[in-house]
Ligand binder design. Structure first.
Ligand code: SF4
Ligand code: FES
Length: 249
C-alpha cells in the first residue's frame, strides 16, 4: 500500500509545531499503525534526522500510552480500538493521514505526538486509599456481589487512562475517565468506606487540573477504546451530589 502521513512535529513544549510529510510505498496491510511509525522512524534515523517521538508500551490495548489523533479521530477510525491495535488494512491504498497529539490544555505537548497526561494520575492520586484488611486474600465468595454490579464495576475498571475521552471532548472534559475511576470502587462493597470523600476529592482534583465540564456531547464514549458508557458520568454526578449534601464543613 502507498500511504502518505502528515505528522505533527514539535521540538518541545514551547516550540512552534508543524506537519511534516512522509510518504511510504511499502506499507503492509498487516502492519499496525505504530509499526508504520517505526518504519518511518527507521528511515529518518538512517538519514540522520530526528525520529518522530510517540508514546507506546504494551502495544496490545492495555497500558493507555499510545493515543494519537488520526485524521481527526482519536485512536483512528474504529470503535473500541486503541491506536496500537489499529492495522493498516483499515485504510485504503493511496490514503493521506494526518497524525496529531491529543489537544487539551490539561495535556501539554511534550514533543511531537507525546503529551503529558500526568493530570489523570493526579486525579487518581486524589482518590486515595480504600480500607481493606491486610493479610492473605479473602475467600472469593465471602462478600456476595450481584452479577450486574460486578459486571458494571468491571466495565468501569477497564479504563486504561489513555485520555482519548478528553481529546475528543469540545470541553476537554475528563468526566468519563473520572467517572470510570470513581465508579469501579464505589459500586463495590470494598469501596464504601471512603466513597463520599473519594468522589469529592477526585472531582475537585479534576477541576483543579483545568479539565472542562460535561455537556453530554457524547464524543467520549465513541472514542473510548474500552467503550466505557457515558452512563458512568450520570453515576459520578449522582455520587458527587450525594457527597456534597452529606459533607460536613
Ligand atoms: S474512559 Fe476510555 S477514553 Fe477515557 S481514559 Fe479511560 S479508556 Fe481512555
Ligand atoms: S501501547 Fe499500550 S494501549 Fe497502546
Amino acid at each position: 500500500m502507498k500511504i502518505t502521513l502528515h505528522v505533527w512535529r514539535q521540538a518541545g513544549p514551547d516550540a512552534a509545531g508543524r506537519f511534516e510529510r512522509y510518504e511510504r510505498g511499502d506499507v503492509s496491510p498487516d502492519m499496525s499503525f505504530l509499526e508504520l511509525l517505526d518504519v518511518v522512524n527507521e528511515s529518518l534515523i538512517e538519514k540522520g534526522s530526528e525520529p518522530v517521538a510517540f508514546e507506546h508500551d504494551c502495544r496490545e490495548g492495555i497500558c493507555g500510552s499510545c493515543g494519537v489523533v488520526i485524521s481527526g479521530k482519536a485512536h483512528g477510525p474504529h470503535r473500541g480500538t486503541a491506536t496500537c491495535q489499529l492495522h493498516m488494512r483499515s485504510f485504503q491504498d493511496g490514503d493521506e493521514l494526518w497524525v496529531e497529539p491529543w489537544r487539551a490544555r490539561a495535556f501539554p505537548i511534550m514533543k511531537d505526538l507525546i503529551v503529558d497526561r500526568s493530570a489523570l494520575d493526579r486525579i487518581i492520586e486524589a482518590g486515595g486509599y480504600i480500607s481493606v484488611r491486610t493479610g492473605s486474600a479473602a475467600e472469593a465468595n465471602a462478600v456476595p456481589i450481584p452479577k450486574p454490579t460486578a459486571d458494571a464495576a468491571f466495565e468501569a475498571a477497564t479504563c486504561i487512562g489513555c485520555g482519548a475521552c478528553v481529546a475528543v471532548c469540545p470541553n476537554a472534559s475528563a468526566m468519563l475517565f473520572t467517572a470510570a475511576k470513581v465508579a469501579h470502587l464505589s459500586m463495590l462493597p470494598q469501596g464504601q468506606a471512603e466513597r463520599w470523600e473519594r468522589v469529592s476529592r477526585m472531582v475537585e482534583a479534576m477541576d483543579a487540573e483545568g479539565f472542562g465540564n460535561c455537556t453530554n456531547h457524547g464524543a467520549c464514549e465513541v472514542a473510548c477504546p474500552k467503550e466505557i458508557s457515558i452512563d458512568f458520568i450520570a453515576w459520578l454526578n449522582r455520587d458527587y451530589l450525594k457527597a456534597r449534601k452529606t459533607r460536613v464543613g
